[in-house]
Each structure stands twice: as C-alpha cells, then as structure tokens.
Design a protein around this ligand. Structure first.
Ligand code: NOJ
Ligand code: CA
Length: 600
C-alpha cells in the first residue's frame, strides 16, 4: 500500500508530497521519513481520504423504472467529485432476489439486472478513476442468498458436495417429541435464526432473513471461493471492500444457547468467534496483501476493547472498522432513546484513548441502516436544519478517523414522515411488526419508534431537483417514495447556492484535505461535561486547530480554557453578521447550532 502511488486527487497528492505535511510542524518541507509517518501514524491514502457511500437503489434512476442503477450513478460522478471526496463505497450491486435489497447475493460475479450490466459497471469504474477517485465494493460473505447456486445444491441432500458450504444441524425434540431448532439463537430480522428445510429435515442457520443462509467458514473450499471472488473484483481495479458483518463469520462450534441476558443483543455473541482472526489473516495473506486497497469491516457486536485486535496494522487483518456506539446512540433495538451531548463526546474520547497509533478509526453518523443524522443528531426544523447539518459536517471532517458521508447527507436530507406500516419497505420493520404488533407493542408506539429509527429513512431516493419525484426517476413510481420536502431540499438548488449544506460540506472536506493536523493531529476534548458545547483541539506539532460546536437551539457561551486561543477563523457555518460578537472577554458567543474552526 505504497503511499505515493496512493494519493487520490490533486489535493491529496500535494498533501503527500508538499510542505503542508509534517512540514507544518517544523516550518520546513518534510524530510523523507516524514512522508511515511505523521504524529506516529503510518500515512495511508485511506486515512487521508473522505468516503462517500452510495446506495444504488436510491441514488439515480436512468431508465424510468423507479429503481436507481449504475448508469444513473455514472451520470452523477461530477457531482460527487465536486464535493471533494476521494473514495466511493458502493452498497451491493450484485445479482440478488432483493429479500434484503442486495445484501442477499445470488451471484457474486454478476451485476443485478435492475442495476444494469457488467459493461455499465466497467464504465462506472472507469468514470471514477478518470476523476481520480477510488471505488470500494460491499463484500457480503457472512451469508448469501438462498437462491445462490451453492445453497440450491446444499439443501438438496446431506451428502451434496455443497452441503458444507452452509451450517446445517438436526433439530432438538422437546418432551412431547415436538421438533425444535438446534438452539435459541435469534435472527436480527425477528424469530429464530434457524429454519427447518423440509428437503432433508435439518435446520440451516440465518442470522438475518430466512433467505440469507449463513456461509460455513469452517469449510476451506468456501473460504477459497470467497477469496477468488474478491480477486475477481480486485483484478478489475476496484480499491477495496466494506465488509458486511464480517466479525460474524466464525461461529462457536458448540452452538451454545444464549443466556437471558445475552438474548437482547445477540450480536455480542455472534461476533468475534474463535477462528475470526485466523480467517481474516488468511484473507489478508491470500488476497488483500497483494493489492493497494482499503478495507473497512462492519463491526456490529464488536466492543471498543476488541477493536485493535481487528485493525492493529501489525496484525494484518482489516484497516478500519465501523464502531456503532455513536450512530446508535439514539436507539436501542429500534426503540428511540434520548441522548446527551456528553454521552456522544465520551464515545469519541474513548475511541481516541483506546486506539493507539497502530489502529485507525472511522467517523460516521449514518449509512443505509440508520436514520438521517440531521434528524437524529441535529435539528431538522426549518429554523435549524441547515445550520445543524453544517455543524455535523464540521464535526465529521475534524475528528480523528476516516470520515464516511452517506448520500444525501451533504444536502441535509431529513427523515421521512412515515404514517402507517404500509409506508415501510424494510424487511426488518415488516417482520418486527408481524411479531410484535399488537400483542407485545401497541401499533402507535411501534410506528413512532420506527419513524425515528428505521433504515428506510436513509433509503428514500436522492433529491436531485424540484421536478416530479425529485429528479430521481422520470417514471411515476420510485421503489420507495421520495421525501415530500424535495421541493426545498435538493441538489439543484444547493449546487447554485454558495451558502448551501452541499457547498459547506465541500469547504469542510477541502479544509481537512489540506490540513494534516485534522487528519493525524492529537485530539483533546476541552470540556467533556458541557451539555451544549463540544469543543476540542487537533494538534500536530506546532499546528493546532480549535473546533467549537454548539449542539443546541440556544445561544451558548464557551469560555476559552487557559492556553487555548481562537485565532484565525478557517471555517464557520453562520454568516459573519449572525456570528457576532464572536469573542468577548476570552469567551466565544456561539449562536444556536453554530460551528467554528479556528487555527490557533
Ligand atoms: C448489514 C447491512 O448493512 C444491512 O443492510 C444488512 O441488512 C445486514 N448487514 C445483512 O446483510
Ligand atoms: Ca433504473
């Protein structure tokens, strides 16, 4: 993963080569050794990059069938490039019957027909490279679709050569001789994680939908198949993988029942199985080490204490993982919960403390599985939507770790005004409704929680302009309704408005790209218990930046601690007139949802 050939985009390259690097600390151009480390970190292109996630179904439809597709994405590459991002992560684009919108793969080497053809994929990859960006694919290999050829074979007979590609077990009989699943493991999409298959009378394991049987990583043939399919895409020139629930691939072969206290959060038992490290090291040795790529694992069920064992660069497993503490702060198992700013700050502080220079972090507040950040962590009311979306952008681009931006967040897109169960598409919501309502949870309580926490909030189509269906499709029926606020929140008007959320994202991304201290600099929270203000410094040598964020709808004062000064304002989310008086008597007067970054 050589650094020099890795710079993606002109500004990154100048960062790598130019005096802006550790030269900032010395005031001189960096010495040769400085180009490989900064503040103790090994420099890597993916540490210095900003990633933009695309959920293809909802990004841009090019043929009027109401479903986003690859040609649609290619037609929007200039828009993405102008934001200044360096990497695109594409959610699954593979052939799939869509039980879970592509996270159930039928053929790992084929493009989903609804999304286009392999030629369309090649054109997309070429367009990404031409714009000096990189493309990272989703690797979904904890499970496949039940329509995958392997599973079609596997379920046929106990002695089928593909039987051991999946996890099959006989059931247990209760006292009355009734057939029960092998253990009490539950699926994340409701009910048992085991499904009885009539063909052979055995159960197969599925942590997610019944149509997503878990693959058996104990089988070396299966592992080889996975490594080969990874090479297939890497040889096309893709730049790495986001790995879906990768910590789940190794199962405890004792298949013990979950205890009552483990049942509410089975992810902590399913993750970090006994052979996980062995598999990841093998994958790294056999595949990843041969390419200049980045990997980011979805670390659902992984504690912060366990994280270095996956991402410490000396272990040669993964480059980074997604830790869920921040993004899930406002929910527990789909139930909305109030959160406080000190809780959020404590998460980032702890991440900073527990990950040393050998382990790199990710920074994100959303993805296709979570609600819109401006609705969860900001304030999506008319008064504060724009300011709070910009404040969140400021935080994402100034914390330590690679920032991930989910499509539409750069416009300040909001949650959807769901009314009834029929408004939801997500299999997780539909299954939970069947299991819980009305016996266990009243319908109105269920719907109120889901409207705040559901994954569908992130999946409504991109809002490109003020025309019908927000310019997402020329057809009359997008696969999921467009948020009715598309007339006021859309890319067309934001790209012409220099004060838009979109252009603010661009400025924040550009600032990070040219400021090594915001990438590698030390992080220090200046006032952890402050309930309204998140204020921190990022320091690299003599270069130091002060970030002050007012996470509230009320004005707030922030008294500058001893030795901290607010020097030159390099980024701010309010027009100067509103921001005044900026400083009075050693204190900053912050307007509601105001964000400022100062060079000290
Ligand atoms: C995590 C993915 O992000 C989510 O969308 C999916 O439903 C599950 N893994 C199962 O693949
Ligand atoms: Ca389409």
């Amino acid at each position: 993963m050589g650094l020099l050939r890795a710079g993606s985009g002109a500004f990154l390259l100048s960062f790598v080569l130019g005096s802006a690097a550790v030269g900032l600390a010395t005031g001189k151009a960096p010495a040769a050794k400085d180009s490989v480390t900064a503040n103790g970190y090994t420099r890597k292109w993916w540490k210095e990059a900003v990633v933009y996630q695309i959920y293809p179904r909802s990004f841009q439809d090019s043929n009027g069938d109401g479903i986003g597709d690859l040609k649609g994405i290619t037609s929007r590459l200039d828009y993405i490039q102008k934001l200044g991002v360096n990497v695109i992560w594409l959610s699954p684009h593979y052939d799939s019957p869509n039980a879970d919108n592509g996270y159930d793969i039928r053929d790992y080497r084929k493009v989903m027909a609804e999304f286009g053809t392999m030629d369309d994929f090649d054109a997309l990859l070429k367009g990404v490279k031409q714009r000096h960006m990189r493309l990272v694919l989703d690797l979904v290999v904890n499970h496949s679709s039940d329509e995958h050829r392997w599973f079609v074979e596997s379920r046929k007979a106990k002695d089928n050569p593909f039987r051991d590609y999946y996890i099959w077990k006989p059931g247990k009989a209760d006292a009355d001789g009734k057939q029960l699943p092998p253990n009490n493991w539950t699926s994340f999409f409701s009910g048992s994680a085991w499904k009885l298959d009539p063909e052979t009378g055995e159960y197969y394991l599925h942590y997610f939908a019944e149509k997503q049987p878990d693959l058996n990583w104990e089988n070396p043939k299966l592992r080889k198949e996975v490594y080969d399919l990874m090479k297939f895409w890497l040889d096309k020139g893709v730049d790495g993988f986001r790995m879906d629930v990768i910590p789940f691939i190794s199962k405890d072969q004792g298949f013990p029942d979950l205890t009552a206290s483990e049942l509410p959060h089975p992810e902590f038992k399913y993750a970090m199985g006994p052979r996980l490290h062995e598999y990841l090291q093998e994958m790294n040795r056999e595949v990843l080490s041969k390419y200049d790529v980045m990997t980011v694992g979805e670390a659902f069920g992984v504690t912060l204490e366990q994280t270095p064992s996956l991402v410490d660069e000396r272990r040669k497993e993964l480059d980074m993982v997604f830790n869920f503490s921040a993004v899930r702060l406002d929910q527990d198992n789909g139930k909305w919960r109030d959160w406080t700013l000190p809780e959020l700050k404590a998460i980032y502080a702890e991440q900073d403390q527990k990950l040393d220079v050998h382990s790199w972090n990710t920074i994100f507040l959303s993805n296709h599985d979570n609600p819109r950040p401006v609705s969860s962590f900001g304030d999506d009311s008319e008064a504060f939507r724009v300011a709070s979306a910009k404040l969140l952008a400021t935080m994402l681009m100034t914390l330590k770790g690679t920032p991930f931006v989910y499509q539409g967040d750069e416009l300040g897109m909001t949650n959807y005004p769901f009314k009834g169960i029929e408004d939801f598409n997500d299999i997780a919501v539909q299954n939970a409704w069947k299991e819980l309502v009305p016996g266990k949870v009243p319908a109105d309580v269920f719907l109120r929680n889901m409207s705040r926490t559901s994954r569908d909030n992130a999946r409504t189509p991109m809002q490109w302009d003020g025309s019908a269906q927000g310019g997402f499709t020329t057809g009359s029926k997008p696969w999921l309704p467009v948020n009715p606020n598309y007339a006021t929140i859309n890319a067309k008007q934001e790209t012409v408005d220099p004060d838009s959320v979109y252009h603010y994202y661009g400025r924040a991304i550009a600032l990070r790209a040219k400021t090594p201290a915001l990438v590698y600099g030390d992080f220090k929270d200046l006032d952890p218990p402050n309930p309204a203000i998140f204020a921190y410094t990022r320091t690299l040598g003599t270069a130091s930046y002060l970030v002050v964020l007012n996470f509230s709808g009320k004005p707030a004062e922030f008294a500058l601690p001893e030795g901290v000064k607010a020097g030159r304002l390099v980024l701010g989310n309010l027009p100067a007139s509103e921001a005044k008086p900026a400083q009075a008597g050693g204190a900053l007067q912050m307007q509601p949802w105001e964000a400022r970054v100062y060079q000290q």
